[in-house]
Design a binder for this molecule. Structure first.
Ligand code: 2HA
Ligand code: ZN
Length: 276
């Protein structure tokens, strides 16, 4: 099967277009990566070329040595991926020492992998370890309501988690472990990658103050769904705060405890007891 026709590549292409249509990817904003399963890689190996030079990652990811990733391109627009996936996406291979990558497919009109490659790969390394390889997708977007909240709420993971849980009953079930929050930092580098990946040990979504959100998941549906759920909840909170700073009523701590029992989830205790 042609690389572009594989279900996982089709899933990646669809997600880029879906994210654009949600309004999360102005200009070249946002990026997406997928850790390709070994069997899927073998099926397309004949379509890859191994003649491009190794390049530094500027992060060390020995846990990903020899892995292959599909990634969006730096400076490429999410809205263009559906029109020309091979020009806007790449497949990269990670070197045996985990410090370099090389492009083995795609970016047919030139370019490099996403400018956030260090954060993507460091998150993948953490998630591969803590989920025993189940998580394969890392997604970064610029959803407006969540970004707006980073100017209003304290940059405290327990506060963000609790406020977003209260806005939609499904939230504590979708992200019971809560959200991480990283204060404003220069994007693209190793420092923000480290700050993000440390929090990814515990959670599947990390907010970047005044910038956007990183999500992790097992597949494209789950990861897109997490981004979507968090941003929908942020939109409701922005609507509430636009009318009044005071909630007349809300979901309470005992309500959350009852929900957690019925849905068999363990809620982040800091967020659960945030308002006690
Ligand atoms: O431009 O979103 O964080 C891509 C980005 C950088
Ligand atoms: Zn960004």
């Amino acid at each position: 099967m042609k690389c572009l026709e594989t279900p996982w590549m089709q899933g990646m292409i669809r997600m880029c277009g879906d994210g654009f249509r949600q309004g999360w990817h102005e200009r070249n904003g946002g990026n997406l990566s997928y850790r390709i399963p070994q069997t899927e890689l073998e099926a397309i190996r004949g379509q890859l070329s191994f003649d491009q030079p190794w390049q530094p990652i500027t992060a060390k990811v020995p846990g990903l040595a020899g892995e292959f990733f599909a990634v969006t391109g730096s400076g490429k627009y999410m809205r263009n991926v559906e029109l020309n996936p091979a020009a806007n996406l790449a497949i990269i291979e990670i070197s045996a020492d985990g410090t370099q990558y090389r492009i083995v497919w795609g970016l047919t009109e030139g370019g490099r992998p996403t400018s956030e490659l260090p954060t993507h790969l460091m998150n993948h390394e953490v998630k591969k370890r803590v989920t025993q390889g189940k998580h394969r997708v890392i997604y970064h977007a610029h959803p407006a309501n969540l970004i707006a909240l980073t100017f209003i709420l304290p940059l405290d993971p327990a506060v963000f988690t609790r406020e977003l849980w209260e806005m939609a009953t499904e939230c504590p079930v979708v992200f019971p472990e809560g959200l991480g929050v990283v204060k404003w930092m220069v994007p693209g580098g190793r420092a923000i990658a480290e700050a993000t990946s440390v929090q990814m040990e515990q959670v599947n979504a990390v907010v970047w103050a005044h910038h956007g959100l990183f999500c992790s998941g097992t597949d494209f549906d789950e990861t897109f769904g997490l981004m979507h759920t968090i941003e929908k909840s942020a939109e409701i909170l922005i609507k509430v705060l636009s009318v009044t700073p005071h909630k007349q009523q809300t979901i309470t701590t005992p309500d959350f405890i009852a929900l957690a029992e019925d849905f068999h989830v363990t809620l982040n205790p800091q967020a659960l007891h945030q308002n006690d």
